[in-house]
Design a protein around this ligand. Sequence first.
Ligand SMILES: Nc1ncnc2c1ncn2[C@@H]1O[C@H](COP(=O)(O)OP(=O)(O)OP(=O)(O)O)[C@@H](O)[C@H]1O
Length: 515
Amino acid sequence: MTTRHMPDAVLEILADLSRELTPGERYTRLLQALSRVFPCDAAALLQLHGGTLQPLAIQGLSDDTMGRSFMVDDHPRLAKILLSREPVRFMADSQLPDPYDGLVDSDSLHVHDCLGASLYIDDMPWGLLTLDAMRPGAFDEIDPYDLRTFLRLAEATIKIVNLIGGLRARVEREHLVTQAVVAEQVQLELTGHSKVMQILRHEIDVVALTDLAVLITGETGVGKELVARHIHAGSSRAQSPLVYVNCAALPDNLVESELFGHTQGAFSGASQARAGKFELAHGGTLFLDEVGELPLATQPKLLRALQNGDVQRVGSDVQHKVDVRIIAATNRDLAREVAAGHFRADLYHRLSVYPIEVPPLRSRQRDVLTLAGHFLEMNRRRLGLRGIRLQSAARDALLAYDWPGNVRELEHLISRAALRARASETGISDTRRLLTITCDVLDLPDSVSQATITLPPSVPPDTKPGLTLRQATEMFQKDMVTNALRQCDGNQSQAARALGLDRGNLSRLLKRLGL
Ligand SMILES: Nc1ncnc2c1ncn2[C@@H]1O[C@H](COP(=O)(O)OP(=O)(O)OP(=O)(O)O)[C@@H](O)[C@H]1O
């Protein structure tokens, strides 16, 4: 009996199976080994998606091959390889057109020997491997046993990639669930006893039990996100992830891939395939915050996903079914946006099956002190204090204020006041401290400063000599934006309104100015 020797390249693939590599690295190393074991001028690994084959790794083919996809119906050679469980060879005189004609990096125009083999994972066709040579009869000497061995190794490599991908997705989903649970424990208290809050709680309870799409509207900082978290927590999906997307913070060119995912090589920078938020939210809830900022171009795709539950990764022809409940929020008047042609009417109706409006703080004055108490208690715990209370004049001041920034403004104001109060009392150990919040530490903006809050900076920018117009303009923009943000406590939605900009435009401007 003769003993066969494994080529080194095959041993390397076996070693790779237990190494930590990205899918792209695994596939490239597989092809490198392939072209060492079976000398060839070009090789490719293609994955089947519906009726299309997409290259995942290439050797000796022009780079743009990665961006192409090959419809099986248009390429009889590829169809023949796919249909056969045995390797298929195409000699120089084959009448079937070669899918790689013109793509092989070689001076010769035509491939003279071609070999292809289908790959099966769990008994299902997964894709294929191809080898091309310029020399006629180049593959005559290939030993069928070596080829079979290699193909089984290729299938094992693909299986490993799938298993790792599945595990990663599970870990990511579990992480999202954990985050959601932690967020619920820390922040899921919807404080307030006013009539409007009671009605809001009732609405949350009613809609949580259904799978209806909910559109939450209300001014900035009123608690829209908190309401969304309550709806999810009260629903049958509570044990699955609540996936958050801020539509205003997504750059226009990435919105689609963030929502729907992308395939490897779908665009420059897409070095690995990635699941979109829809897929991550499968079984759970997708919260589309600031949905009014979604670019018009992306709206039809979102509509299709909502209508059929079908999502398609960027760069792929395959549709995935997802089971996702949608909750959206906006501080815009979406009906008006529809009338102005900025938002699609059909999408608006899909999103607002059950509209919920969160009232501004000024219409639930009764809640101001309850909320202040809630935030004082949070700060007491965070700062490790024995107690913290409001002086009665400070209480009156809180009630008299108009709260343009709503609950978020109140929350930040109390946190700042607690810190100031602590700083003013030195020499007492933290555990014994009983702090009093006075009007002084509260430092509530008075009505005059409220009226001026949206004014642009009074000081003109420093127009240093030697600055170009562009540099001077940028300096001026930086000044205005920084001032607006400072005056709005860092709240971007409010600052955008003060500057007369869309929230999305402000996000982009901040990025451009490097702020
Ligand atoms: N009723 C409430 N009880 C306790 N905390 C609240 C309540 N409403 C809002 N908050 C708190 O106020 C802050 C702002 O709330 P949230 O982010 O939900 O507002 P939003 O309306 O989604 O804001 P934006 O319009 O900027 O997206 C959060 O820290 C939230 O926990």
